[in-house]
Design a protein around this ligand. Structure first.
Ligand code: HQG
Length: 181
């Protein structure tokens, strides 16, 4: 597979495993797992091109953000985070560092300054431990703006923080008083 083909397929798999499994007529279980055989058959059929276990394994291994995981015997696969559909991927609750970062676009700033960070279409607000990652996340939506989140102070008053297996910090919301630009 060329890099372009791998990227295209990886994006398509993100859509299936996080947002719209029905696109290829499959379902996720309550822990977000899809059946690997069903996924492979569904993708081949939808794309009208052969898609194999080897290709899927290559995508999982080479994904630059480690977005997907297999179960032990590779019969099931799921996205590690980023879902809009309500599944429980058994996220690990963790004590966050003092500060985490959120990258967004300047067009969302007035709304965020008013109502804080909300998950919008996803299950959680996504935060990162470094500014660079936040910058690249923010650039996806336009001119990037970085918010500092006083995560430890939030944790200390009872907000739950989760760390996904691929290193993304997740929280249900961030009220304005814990934000700084
Ligand atoms: C913004 C990528 C208005 C929020 C990345 C963001 C990430 C508000 C947008 C992951 C708001 C939602 C997630 C408010 C938040 N008013 N806008 N009150 N609160 N927003 O894509 O964080 O490549 O759902 O700032 O690496 O950009 O897909 O979230 O700009 O980890 O694996 O609403 O997606 O990962 O956008 O990105 P998104 P995100 P993948």
């Amino acid at each position: 597979m060329t890099e372009n083909q791998t990227n295209d397929l990886s994006k398509f798999i993100a859509l299936i495993l996080r947002h719209k499994p029905q696109t290829i007529g499959i379902q996720l279980n309550k822990n977000g797992w899809a059946n690997v055989d069903e996924l492979i058959k569904g993708i081949s059929k939808h794309k009208k091109k052969p898609f194999s276990m080897e290709m899927l394994e290559q995508i999982v291994v080479e994904d630059e953000k480690k977005r997907y995981s297999f179960n032990d015997n590779k019969t099931l696969i799921r996205a590690n985070q980023g879902h809009s559909i309500s599944v429980d991927v058994e996220l690990k609750e963790c004590r966050p560092p003092e500060i985490l970062y959120h990258g967004t676009s300047e067009k969302f700033v007035s709304s965020i300054d008013h109502e804080g960070l909300l998950p919008k279409s996803r299950l959680y607000v996504h935060l990162s431990k470094d500014i660079e990652t936040a910058k690249s996340v923010g650039s996806r939506h336009g001119n990037p703006i970085i918010y500092k989140v006083k995560s430890l102070a939030m944790h200390n008053v009872g907000y739950k923080f989760y760390l996904s297996t691929n290193g993304v910090w997740l929280v249900q919301k961030v009220p304005v008083e814990y934000l700084e630009k």
